[in-house]
Design a protein around this ligand. Structure first.
Ligand code: ADP
Ligand code: ASP
Ligand code: MG
Length: 403
């Protein structure tokens, strides 16, 4: 008997009607004589509402209470799923993370799952039951509820698959797989049938929200194949794997883009050792994530310009921290709130020269100005004006024959 882990995202359980539909998918796997474990997200929009509520109570909401609050959405969807499965004649019950428990480590809001106790689950599966488990949450060594980062139910599914030794882990979502670009943003995007962990990790980290980055990392570390499928239509999905079997010879696998980035330039900052560290230390202390960084070569040997990007939500705080920083002097601070990072990703890049040139030329031919560039072995990212993102994706899609 095979064990399958099925994870349903927010839109897949977004209404009573949707919950009834996904229960049919669960019943299908059960009928095929599998042991079925279900992980669910909160109904779509619920977690965002909870975030809003916490902000209207306090802009300094206690971190542990914040996780206790945010984890409530999953309890609702799981109980509704189990209730519906019972209604259609299947043995099922819900499990909150603390009831198993799912043990986490690390700070509130971005904990990582370290262990899942599966004894009770195994007993229940042996009796033919379908456990429905809350994604996105766990408990820490203080017995407090924790959450594992937004979109974290993906990671719960993968860690459950690891600890229960499942043969299959299927992520059911509102698109029928991983596409060459976000299909909602670019209609000509094509479905990818197979993608390497490393490529998926880059795509996820660079803005393709179909999979949460941590979950892909967990899958890679534990060598767990992931299937991404639609809960709306019956179609083959995408396999995320480390196996080299049956891959196409595409150089570029996909294109990702970000939203809500901001660029900051500190003009005329002293060019001496330790300046960059002095600038970034207070940002790091305030948990502000700095992404792309460029420093111009000093023209006069005395001062230079430093440009970096952050999330726009952090802009006000960053501006304040730089202005209050007594360890640096500079002439001017400039900001641009409307920038996005567009990246091309593919392991084929390692063995194919000239990709950077082709990317830049494709953007130049559409008169798209590149503000900042960063590269790794399997990706090239450029920062451009947000208004040009769609045009850039189309040009790159064409240049690298992804259409
Ligand atoms: P869920 O609620 O099921 O977890 P998400 O909203 O987290 O779903 O992820 C699915 C969404 O990811 C899709 O609706 C799609 O718009 C978006 N997306 C972004 N990039 C891609 C991509 N390359 N391939 C597929 N979907 C993508
Ligand atoms: N409900 C959580 C969120 O909205 C977790 C998830 O959907 O995976 O982030
Ligand atoms: Mg998701």
């Amino acid at each position: 008997m095979k064990t399958v882990v099925l994870k349903f995202g927010g839109t897949s359980v977004g209404s009573i009607d949707r919950i009834k539909k996904i229960c049919k998918i669960i019943a299908f796997y059960k009928k095929k004589r599998n042991k079925v474990v279900v992980i669910s997200s909160a109904m779509s929009g619920v977690t965002n509402e909870l975030v809003k509520k916490s902000k209207s109570i306090s802009n300094n909401f206690d971190k542990a209470e914040y996780d206790a609050l945010l984890s409530t959405g999953e309890q609702v969807s799981c109980a509704l799923i189990a209730g519906r499965l019972n209604h259609i004649g299947l043995k099922s019950r819900s499990w909150m993370s603390w009831q198993l428990p799912i043990v986490t480590e690390g700070p509130y809001s971005s904990s990582r799952i370290s262990r899942v106790v599966v004894k009770e689950l195994n007993n229940y599966l042996r009796q033919g039951g379908i456990p429905v488990i809350t994604g996105f949450q766990g408990i820490n060594n203080k017995f407090r509820l924790t959450t594992i980062g937004r979109s974290g139910s993906d990671a719960t599914a993968i860690m459950l698959a690891k600890f229960i030794k499942a043969e299959d882990c299927i992520i059911y979502t509102d698109v029928d797989g991983v596409y060459t670009a976000d299909p909602k943003q670019y209609k000509k995007a094509k479905k990818i049938s197979k993608i390497y962990y490393d490529e998926m990790l880059e795509m996820a980290s660079l803005g393709s929200k179909v999979m949460q980055p941590t979950s892909v990392q967990d899958a890679k570390l534990n060598n767990i194949d992931i299937k991404v499928k639609s809960s709306f239509i019956l179609r083959p999905g995408t396999l995320i794997t480390g196996s080299k079997k049956n891959f196409s010879d595409q150089i570029i696998t996909g294109i990702s883009s970000t939203k809500n980035d901001a660029k900051i330039t500190i003009v005329g900052v002293k060019d001496k050792p330790g300046v960059a560290a002095s600038i970034f230390k207070p940002l790091s202390n305030n948990l502000i994530n700095v992404d792309m960084v460029v420093q111009n070569i000093s023209q006069n040997g005395q001062d230079t310009d430093l440009t970096f990007t952050i999330k726009s939500d952090d802009l006000k705080k960053t501006e304040k921290l730089i202005q209050q920083n007594r360890n640096i002097t500079y002439k001017k601070l400039t900001f641009d709130k409307n920038v996005s990072k567009v990246s091309i990703i593919g392991v084929g890049m390692i063995t194919t020269p000239g990709i950077t040139f082709r990317m830049f030329q494709a953007l130049a031919s559409k008169k798209i100005n590149i503000l900042v560039i960063s590269t790794s072995e399997i990706k090239i990212s450029v920062l451009i004006s947000s208004k040009n993102v769609k045009k850039a994706i189309a040009a790159l899609h064409k240049e690298f024959n992804l259409n």
